[in-house]
Design a binder for this molecule. Structure first.
Ligand code: F3S
Length: 402
């Protein structure tokens, strides 16, 4: 692989052990894929920050790296962790012991020592980050959170591969990644068209469509998705589902993806019928113990929508309504009085974390959950939790026993 003089110096240990180790890993992976060079990235978003996800081995690895003096050479932000850092008891059905808090804090402190911005969210695009870094179409970044990768490539037009947790870390330490895949124009041209045009899709339907596509799309190049999405949260849920149910890093969505449309006719697959069937099959038919919104982390518009729907009912919901969001969105909603309004209607907030990356229902009782997120549906089911999926209006109706 061709390396610049600066990259050679990194490789040879001129900048210390951690940088040398990091660039060697990136070069090795890049060479295995056939990349001819590295590329500078403007932003790195590291996943694998939750103690529940990375475990003791991951904690030791991250703490060791920080101990070796590793520092991020490029602006690096961090995914959610295993608990709300200000209120470890915010997540019900989760056993958070003192050892757990210690292990999680070790990881957080190691990232801090390396110079990370601890935004602790999977939706960096809903924070100040895009403005602060001036992220725009065509910028190269290295993101480790699969839902953000698909959203970034497909909606924002930035360029990133799905970097595994350690690879994103290495990209932060070197400011480089291998020039391959989604960084290259030719890899971003769709090959197959998936069509679901019967009606505009809400966030739950968009997620299920993402799942259907991810399970049949068997190509390194992106799918083209011809559908109408009702909102930005629907695009976010589509992205999260494409990332969770398969290995897709990008979708081309006409009218959304800021790149030139593909030329010529593509093979076309109709999904309307299948989508309708699966959506109906998974809708709530009992009052859930928990309604969960905010996977990926909720935006202001999700909170507004939730408030609007809850205002249609009187009294308190029968289900516990949980919203996970970034501290950034939470503080914005707090300053606008939205947090207070929602809390007064029976909503609880989880910041910095979510049900999936926390110890929620990993042991003991499995409450019935209803969510608007396919990704949450997918991972909670794997954990043995009974789950339903529907858009916010239907979830709220179910929470009031309707
Ligand atoms: Fe984010 Fe947790 Fe879902 S990290 S994408 S809210 S699984």
């Amino acid at each position: 692989m061709y390396l610049t003089r600066e990259e050679e110096r990194m490789f040879d240990g001129y900048y210390g052990e951690a940088v040398s180790l990091a660039i060697r890993v990136i070069v090795k992976v890049g060479e295995a894929l056939g990349a001819e060079r590295l590329i500078r990235v403007k932003h790195v978003h590291v996943s694998g920050a939750s103690y529940s996800t990375v475990g003791e081995a991951g904690r030791r690895f991250i703490v060791d790296l920080a101990g070796k003096g590793a520092k991020f050479r490029v602006y690096t932000t961090v995914n959610p962790v295993g608990m709300d850092t200000e209120d470890p008891n915010a997540i019900p059905y989760a056993i958070i012991t003192r050892e757990y808090i210690r292990g999680q804090n070790d990881i957080i402190n190691a990232f801090k020592a390396m110079g990370a911005d601890l935004i602790l969210t999977c939706t960096p695009y809903y924070t100040y980050i895009p403005d602060k870094l001036g992220l725009s179409v065509g910028d190269h970044v290295a993101w480790g959170e699969s839902s953000a990768v698909v959203y970034g490539n497909s909606v924002m037009g930035v360029r990133t591969n799905r970097e595994g947790g350690p690879l994103a870390l290495m990209a932060g330490i070197t400011g480089r990644t291998y020039y391959y895949g989604m960084h290259i124009d030719s890899f971003r041209i769709p090959t197959i068209r998936y069509v679901a045009r019967r009606k505009p899709l809400d966030e739950a339907e968009a997620g299920i469509l993402g799942e259907l596509i991810a399970t049949i799309h068997d190509d390194e190049k992106p799918p083209l998705i011809e559908a109408v999405f009702t909102s930005d949260p629907a695009l976010r849920e589509l992205s999260a589902a494409l990332g969770a149910a398969g290995s897709i890093a990008m979708a081309y969505i006409p009218g959304v993806t800021p790149e030139k449309p593909p030329q010529g006719r593509l093979e076309s697959i109709e999904l309307d019928e299948e989508l309708k069937r699966v959506v109906e099959e998974r809708a709530p038919n009992e009052t859930p113990d928990i309604v969960f919104v905010g996977c990926p982390h909720a935006s202001m518009s999700d909170l507004e929508m939730l408030k609007l729907e809850m205002k249609k009912y009187s009294g308190r919901p029968k289900s516990k309504i949980l919203v996970s969001t970034s501290r950034h969105v939470y503080l914005e909603a707090l300053s606008k009085g939205l947090v207070g309004e929602l809390e007064s209607m029976g909503v609880s907030f989880i910041r910095d974390s979510c049900l999936i990356v926390s110890p929620f229902a990993r042991r003991g009782v499995k409450p019935v959950v209803a969510t608007n997120s396919f990704k949450a549906y997918f991972y909670l089911r794997k954990r043995g939790v009974p789950v339903y999926i529907a858009g916010i209006p239907r979830l709220v109706r179910a929470s009031y026993g309707g």
